[in-house]
Design a binder for this molecule. Structure first.
Ligand code: ZN
Ligand code: ZN
Length: 426
């Protein structure tokens, strides 16, 4: 049944968003909703005191007659449930009291919302109160972009997934990035990435001050904001990486997404990257910072150097980095097979294979297995043309690890028989 609720029995009133009838609020109803308790035959009337409810404060001034008409519509035609009505004498506004839309997902373990004082809907996030707060106190300077960002903020179901407008001057230490990832800069975001602190039941919203972030360009034509928003939307929907927000280079006018490109791969057990201070993407390897830093000896042929560099930039782990090996670092070279087009040798590689030592509990370190046994195979045609060699290199990349030496051979791990077997197929 619908009841009259004295306005002073409603506390912790917090704005949520605008709806058709008026403005939606979250509140605590001190007397609480009516329930029936007990077993069959012994039912008793009861109330859930201090429960969460939503309020709709009707647009503009409303007469009581108009309120009744709208209320009838709301309940009978639209099939909505209403607990009661109230009136704020100070502002002379009629208010409809309805169920809390997120009641079913509020949980003790998520902590308590500091605005409405009810359990949060996800850790440190109240889906009633927090989206509204996220939409306040910032502007991109462009109304269309503001509304676009706010639309996503209103839908945010978790604190760490909120997309925000990031002022360009809050991004410092911009460094250009070369690599496979479309990232143009890495930068330090002074305000920092959203992170949840604390334990179950006591989660709080926090930020990692001065976080390292990645910037990618949003392509669009200067005159066409809808193209920009379309592009922005595609990035959000692709869910390929964590998006912190959007910024605009104040000098060039270029809009850029602020993201963590490899967020899905960054886990604590891999250790922390010394350069960007984020978790590595594989043990002791940051796929963003480490590939461009691989020391590279020259092969004496720029085409081969470029090819190796290209593979290095794609390296996803320390152990799979392809490198140029000077021929004098290979000893004990013996023929072990001869085919129609190539010869296979065994050899000892003095510097040895790249390895990662340690385990998840101890942490990992980079090392080399000095004096590794390896196999070498000559590449057909490689004496005359580096482009043919490169062609074969790109073909075999997916099945084996290889290194080059200045006799234009490549080698694979001799001891790994599956790879060695592959040699027979070339
Ligand atoms: Zn709340
Ligand atoms: Zn890094």
């Amino acid at each position: 049944m619908i009841e009259w609720i004295p306005f002073e029995r409603l506390t912790n009133i917090q704005m949520i968003r605008e709806v058709e009838l008026g403005m939606l609020y979250m509140a605590t109803w001190l007397d609480g909703i009516r329930i029936i308790e007990g077993k069959p035959v012994e039912y008793t009337q009861s109330r859930i005191v201090s429960c969460g409810v939503n309020l709709i404060i009707l647009h503009d001034f409303q007469t009581f007659e108009l309120l009744i008409k709208k209320l009838k519509n709301y309940i009978q035609l639209e099939g909505n449930f209403v607990y009661g009505i109230t009136h704020n004498a100070e502002t002379n506004q009629y208010i409809i009291v309805i169920p809390d839309e997120f009641n079913s997902i509020r949980k003790y373990s998520n902590g308590i919302c500091e605005h409405c004082k009810h359990y949060n809907t996800s850790p440190a996030w109240c889906q009633s109160c927090d989206p509204w707060i996220a939409t306040q106190k910032w502007t991109s300077g462009n109304e269309v972009i503001n509304n676009f960002i706010k639309e996503y903020q209103f839908k945010a179901t978790e604190y760490e997934n909120v997309i925000e407008w990031i002022q360009f001057d809050k991004l410092i230490n911009l460094q250009e990035v070369k690599g496979e990832s479309n990232i143009v800069f890495i930068a330090t975001w002074v305000k920092g990435v959203r992170t949840i602190k604390g334990e179950s039941g006591k989660f709080t919203q926090s930020r990692t001050i001065s976080s390292s972030v990645d910037l990618i360009k949003l392509n669009y034509s200067q005159s066409n904001t809808s193209g920009l928003l379309e592009n922005f939307k595609n990035h959000i929907q692709s869910k390929k990486y964590r998006i912190h927000g959007i910024t605009q280079d104040t000098e060039t006018g270029q809009y850029m997404l602020v993201i963590d490109f490899f967020n899905n791969k960054r886990i604590p057990v891999n250790g922390i990257c010394e350069h960007c201070k984020r978790y590595n993407t594989s043990p002791v390897w940051c796929q963003l910072c480490d590939p461009p830093k691989v020391d590279q000896e020259t092969s004496g042929d720029t085409k081969i150097d470029d090819c190796i560099k290209e593979f290095q930039l794609r390296a996803t782990a320390f152990g799979t980095v392809i490198e140029w090996i000077p021929f004098n670092r290979l000893k004990n070279i013996k023929i072990i097979g001869k085919g129609g087009f190539s010869t296979v040798y065994s050899a000892i590689w003095l510097d040895g294979k790249r390895m990662v030592e340690g385990d998840a509990s101890l942490s990992y370190v980079r090392s080399r297995k000095k004096f590794s046994e390896v196999a070498l195979k000559t590449l057909p045609g490689s004496q005359t043309s580096s482009s043919k060699f490169l062609n074969e290199v790109s073909q075999i990349y997916s099945i084996t690890v290889f290194w080059c030496n200045n006799a234009r051979m490549y080698c694979v791990h001799y001891l790994r028989t599956c790879m060695f077997d592959n040699l027979n197929h070339f």
